[in-house]
Design a protein around this ligand. Sequence first.
Ligand code: LMR
Length: 393
Amino acid sequence: MFETLTPKPADAILKLIGEHQNDTREEKVDLGVGVFRDRDGNTPILKSVKKAEQWLVDTQTSKSYMGSRGDAVFCDAIQKLIFGDAASSDRITTIQTPGGSGALRVAGELILRAKPGATMWVSTPTWNNHVPLLGQAGIRLREYPYYDTDSNSLHFGEMMDALEHADAGDLLLLHGCCHNPTGMDLSVEQWLLVADLVVRKELIPLIDIAYQGFGKDLDTDAYGVRLLFGSVPEVVVTHSCSKNFGLYRDRVGAVALISPNADIAEVVRSQALSVVRTMYSIPPDHGAAVVSRILADADLRAEWLAELAEMRQRMKDMRSLLVAKLKEVAPDHDFSHIERTSGMFCYLGVSPEQVARLIKDRGIYLVDSSRINVCGITEANVQYLAESIASVL
Ligand code: LMR
């Protein structure tokens, strides 16, 4: 049977982890996979997480099964994080999932149950795994322009024009904040225009908010989600705690499904639980239990919020530092867009050939689209990084 299979190329982001690890050059720099790094280049466990883990070790009395929905306390807390004051609405049902990818896959399967042959519009570009993940689930994907690599700005007019071709009932994938890979987000005015279009064309938004808290703050980052929740009867929101809680390998995420009314929400929940049962049965518990504890305990919550603000500030500082260094070593080139982006990523704005040279000649690892994770920049490597970039221009 297996001899019928042909090799698949490695994932463009995940392969960089191994390639960087195997590189023996001292000066190597990892701007690849989206994990936070501190000023020493480490991805530490948050202090609030360590404390919640210790509390779990001390107090947890059973590892017995949970249900397919996961931890109800976690689901309620994440619902509050996403929707704020509107979280008590009986139109929303939230399910714990294995990371943001799990949330997307549950959403994809559920959408296809409700609407076989569903079409979803995705931004060009979008996160590397959106298209394979949702496409493999069986959703028909269409693209809308989002980012202009010549001017390093949004293709907003083109995006809106393309979406005029969407049919009523089509899904529209939007990034809640910190667009991955470009870091270029919709402004408030643009969100309002998108919401108008979604209402007028009767589209169903699927908002992936994998970086809540990494842009401006938890509430501001949820602006688009909350706006669309208040504008249309059906919305799907996928959430991840990989980044904002640094729980990458523990696989903690959630999908929030918004229905026109409470009766439909009940049915949607039963279907979502059946999707989960037939895919992986029950989500992993540990990371979600950690998040539940942090969000329920006032001191831990305050500590986490401070740690989140610190991560956010570091990303902002490293953007400014790189732009300043690039101004010194490549004064004829404009990299100012890097400071106009938010979250973990932005496009550097070089070609795939230049990326290949950065990797081969300099040991600087980034995705071939020229997406960089700004957390890979440190005070110690920024000079080398800027000079290396200048050398390939
Ligand atoms: C990324 O975009 O680098 C992260 O979301 C990690 C991943 O799974 O791709």
